[in-house]
Design a protein around this ligand. Structure first.
Ligand code: GTP
Length: 321
């Protein structure tokens, strides 16, 4: 039997950032989609009693105590249970949204979708969306976990901008963009957002749109632990040496490489190589060919935690030497 995989959106964001408000809006919007929701909540009051009524939505709450130890197992169980219900006709849904707790690292949630073959076949991780509370960001971003939530994101949504002035909003946007240069930043007012910003993000697809999607960053020193490192080279790279460089990097810093993507110009090869990864899990493929007049440039974007930037730059530069 063949199925088209169910797109999954992971909704992350620090405590009180507005995740439930956004979810409530998404579930009530007129979109004709049947969305299942998995909550990873400590909350005593599950979301369904607050908002669902007769909405065609299935909400499952993961009643785990500690996110880091049990999320894999609990989430896997919930994902299989949803499939069972779908296949037996007990439940119909064509999308899944997972709301993480404010203190959760989205990584183990994302990794669950690559954990077993069946989950890989039946679900496709579409994107990680992170809400940032503009009014409390200064305080929240002191926590590495809040920075990591921003670092993992394919989209960043800024909530509560009604509570801050223009200058602090702009400063916050510049800071977030330094942490994560890949993710577009959008304002969300009390959860109201165009669903196009949220769904079909294709954040984990292998594609070649990396360089154009990099956001410009305002000048200024980055003082955050999580930040973006961009490597570029216009010399075609030797595949074996490049593989060695990547293997070593993953070996030494795999757990600090939150997200990474690359488009590579490989010596003796007419096609682009594309790759993407989250922590130690990565995939790569050959993409379309370089055009005859096109500038062949390799671009790799790492969003990492305290990466030794200079050493990585030197290692990469040595590949072109
Ligand atoms: N002023 C303002 N308040 C907002 C906005 N978005 C959400 N809120 C309020 O912020 C509070 C927290 O919102 P929630 O949606 O519960 O946040 P959450 O991320 O689900 O919270 P936790 O699950 O506890 O981490 C609520 O009182 C919301 O009404 C906004 O854009 N502006």
């Amino acid at each position: 039997m063949s199925f088209s995989p169910i797109p999954v959106t992971v909704l992350s964001g620090f405590l009180g950032a507005g995740k439930t408000t956004l979810l409530r809006y998404v579930l009530k919007a007129e979109h004709g989609l049947k969305i299942a929701v998995i909550e990873n909540e400590f909350s005593e009051v599950p979301i369904d009693s607050q908002l669902l009524g007769s909405e065609p939505v299935q909400v499952m709450t993961l009643a785990n105590g500690c996110v880091c130890c049990s999320i894999h197992v609990e989430l896997e169980k919930a994902l299989f249970l949803l499939l069972e219900k779908l296949d037996s006709g007990e439940l119909a849904f064509d999308r899944l949204v997972i709301e993480c707790t404010g203190l959760a690292d989205p990584a183990p949630v994302a990794q669950t979708f690559f954990a077993t073959e069946e989950l890989c076949e039946r679900y496709v991780l579409d994107g990680i969306i992170t809400l940032v509370d503009a009014a409390n960001a200064e305080r929240h971003l002191q926590e590495t976990i809040a920075q990591a939530q921003v670092g993992f994101a394919d989209r960043i949504l800024l909530s509560k901008t009604d509570l801050v002035d223009e200058t602090s909003r702009e400063a916050l946007i510049a800071r977030l963009q330094r942490i994560n240069r890949r993710a577009p930043i959008r304002v969300v007012e009390h959860g109201r957002i165009d669903l196009g910003e949220l769904l079909d993000v294709r954040g984990f697809n292998l594609n070649a749109d990396i360089a154009p999607s990099l956001r410009p960053v305002a000048p200024g020193k980055n003082s955050d632990r999580i930040s973006t490192l961009v490597l570029t080279s216009d010399t075609p790279l030797d595949l074996d040496r490049l593989s060695g460089f990547m293997e070593e990097l993953l070996e030494e810093h795999g757990n600090s490489l939150l997200r990474y993507k690359g488009v590579l110009s490989i010596a003796g090869e007419d096609r682009r190589m594309v790759f993407q990864g989250v922590l130690r899990l990565y995939g790569f493929d050959w993409d379309s060919g370089w055009g005859a007049d096109e500038k062949r440039e390799s671009v790799i974007v790492f969003i990492g935690d305290n990466l030794p930037e200079e050493a990585i730059r030197q290692g990469f530069a040595a590949l072109s030497a």
